[in-house]
Design a protein around this ligand. Sequence first.
Ligand SMILES: [Zn+2]
Length: 120
Amino acid sequence: MILNFDNVLLFIEPKTDKSNEPVDDEMTLFIEKLLNDAIANKSKTMGVVLQNGSWYEGVSTKGWHTCRCKQTSSPHNYEIYKGIYTNSLAAHYLRSHRNEIPEVELHKVRNLMQKVSNNL
Ligand SMILES: [Zn+2]
């Protein structure tokens, strides 16, 4: 499922195998940290992003999503920041499929980095 809403990050479907040169920059580590924090607090942060971009709190997806490279997601999406949602493969996409991430998605990640750093 590919989605593009301002508050929904990295719902993409890479079309090529994962890169041999993983990107472990600030963006990957930032999303990975938010995701890990969310997963650790699963009871409060898990849910599902619906097709229309809205959030359905506390439920699981009907299955899991498998990335082109065989990496599988968990059957949950997460609220990684107030009102901002992503899937469990978000850090994987940034790290292993960076060249396939549309600029609009990278832009959303940068905006969130800015937002988070302003609120610290
Ligand atoms: Zn992959």
